[in-house]
Design a protein around this ligand. Structure first.
Ligand code: HEM
Length: 484
């Protein structure tokens, strides 16, 4: 009897495992990416460049590979034909929310269902139309003050750029000054880093079921999420109060409202209603999407400028020509910084701060070439691969800003997916580009930037994995020497 029960139990478990591992018929001809290599990558300090080295052979065959993890087969693609479809048909390929893909997880508790498609986008879009230029300008001045203190000595710029962009984001998004440039150990900032690091713990990413076991329920991390949520709740409450006193309406009228105030104002209209919880989740995603990404972009571009002195000179000459005596550019002057914009775009191509687009799932059965994707097949777009493929870019490893000179002429715009594409692309594109131009103007006007002779990045910039699909960097020391 006991033997029969054990036999039934073992057969049941084996069948369940077989079901999880079995390749769906329609994906049989899709080349396979190694799960073991994914595990090694997740546990290593390697960056998307190394991951691309491992996956390019498979991806470059016809631009799609299949990868098994977390009990299901995923598609990873660099195929432009498929990507065009994914970008254009947001209803057919919706982004999956964390609450659907990992219900009850720590990440779902913190990020929730942010930017609920269309409704939230409609409410937040206007907030991104009138950006608070004074926040960018003030922060540039603060940044210069920090650099002044270490004039002509190496300073680690990746950490510095994270502190800068977090301050900018906090003030612009919800009127909260983390003051992280001056106070690197600010309690909210350290809690935030602990929470995002926990959300990104590779063990829980590779084996998410662990989180549902009693001993591994991450009690401590959940307390930290609660602490951040508490901060967000208090900020939202104060803003809602200011709505009652009429203070918020004045700010809206004179264009000095932050993103949260714009959301609260818009959600006053019943058809745009957004609950406090939804607002909090949006703030959490703004904080992640809006500061880590731009910090990476600024760090890599400073590295490029430090290692290519001719290029640095050319960007500085343009700044001096366009800005005259100004430290930071007006919106009109930003449009004239054409060479700088080309350098920014090329930097974002070579070192895309997000190396893989968030997961999509097809709502219906899809036939692609001789493959069939069953509904709800997870699909990832590999931005790093697209940006580094010789089929899309001549000499993809070279830094050539001139590629972007006649931007609208010849290039298929799906070959540059830094901010995603289509209607579901990054809402903060302009925010980030303005922030980058303002910081570069202030820094290059005052300083010549160099790479120390013993830099670990002397021959090549060393990337590493960071939160989610964000590209991280090993520490980059640079020297800032005053020019005036
Ligand atoms: C260099 C800087 C940045 C890069 C490279 C970047 C990149 C991206 C990418 C690739 C996506 C996904 C798009 C897609 O799925 O098609 C995204 C989404 C998003 N980004 Fe950015 N981003 C940057 C800066 C910002 C900033 C400054 C903010 C906010 C202030 C922001 C807020 C968001 C939000 C809220 C989403 C989700 C949009 C949605 O799901 O509808 N990003 N970003």
């Amino acid at each position: 009897m006991l033997f029969t029960i054990i036999l039934i139990f073992v057969s049941f478990i084996s069948y369940k495992i077989y079901q999880k591992l079995r390749v769906p018929e329609g994906l049989k001809n899709v080349p396979t990416l190694s799960f073991l290599e994914l595990v090694l990558f997740m546990l290593s300090k390697d960056g998307p460049d190394k991951r691309w080295e491992n996956t390019r052979k498979v991806c470059e065959k016809e631009g799609i590979g299949k990868l098994w993890f977390n009990g299901e087969w995923h598609i990873v693609t660099t195929n432009l034909e498929l990507i065009k479809d994914l970008m254009a048909k947001t209803d057919l390929y919706p982004k999956s929310s964390l609450e659907e893909s990992s219900p009850g997880s720590l990440a779902a508790q913190y990020y929730g269902t942010n930017l609920v498609w269309k409704r939230h986008r409609r409410i937040t879009n206007p907030a991104f139309k009138s950006l608070p230029m004074h926040v960018f300008d003030d922060s540039a001045v603060k940044l210069l003050k920090v650099i002044e203190k270490v004039d002509n000595e190496p300073i680690e710029v990746n950490g510095l750029m994270h502190r800068l962009t977090l301050d900018v984001l906090g003030r612009a998004a919800f009127g909260f000054d983390f003051n992280n440039l001056e106070d690197p150990t600010n309690i909210y900032v350290t809690t935030y880093h602990e929470v995002t690091a926990e959300c990104d713990n590779p063990i829980y990413f590779l084996f998410p079921f662990i989180e549902y076991l009693p001993y591994f329920d991450r009690t401590e991390a959940r307390k930290k999420v609660a602490k951040l949520n508490d901060l967000f709740n208090r900020i939202i409450e104060t803003k809602r109060e200011s709505m009652k006193t009429g203070e918020l309406s004045k700010k809206i009228e004179n264009n000095s409202a932050d993103l949260l105030e714009c959301m609260i104002n818009a959600s006053n209209d019943p058809k745009n209603y957004m609950s406090d919880e939804e607002m909090r989740h949006n703030l959490a995603i703004f904080m992640l999407a809006g500061h880590d990404t731009t910090a990476t972009a600024l760090s890599t571009i400073l590295y490029v400028l430090a290692s290519k002195k001719d290029l640095q000179r050319k960007v500085r000459d343009e700044i001096l020509h366009v800005l005259g005596d100004n430290l930071t550019p007006t919106i009109e002057q930003q449009r004239e910084l054409k060479y700088m914009t080309m350098v920014i775009n090329e930097n974002l191509r070579l070192y895309p701060p997000v190396h893989q687009l968030p997961r999509r799932e097809n709502a219906e059965i899809i036939k692609f070439r001789n493959h069939v994707f069953l509904p709800k097949t997870p699909i990832f777009i590999n931005i790093y691969g697209i940006h580094h493929s010789p089929g899309n870019w001549k000499d993809p490893e070279e830094f050539i800003p001139e590629r972007f000179e006649n931007e609208h002429e010849k290039r298929d715009h799906h070959t540059w997916l830094t901010f995603g594409g289509g209607t579901r692309s990054c809402i903060g594109t302009n925010f980030s580009l303005i922030e980058q131009r303002v910081m570069l103007c202030a820094l290059l006007r005052k300083y010549e930037i160099s790479l120390p002779a013993d830099s670990i990045h002397k021959d090549k910039l060393h990337l590493r994995r960071a939160n989610g699909s964000i590209t991280g960097l090993h520490p980059i020391d640079l020297i800032f020497k005053r020019t005036e």
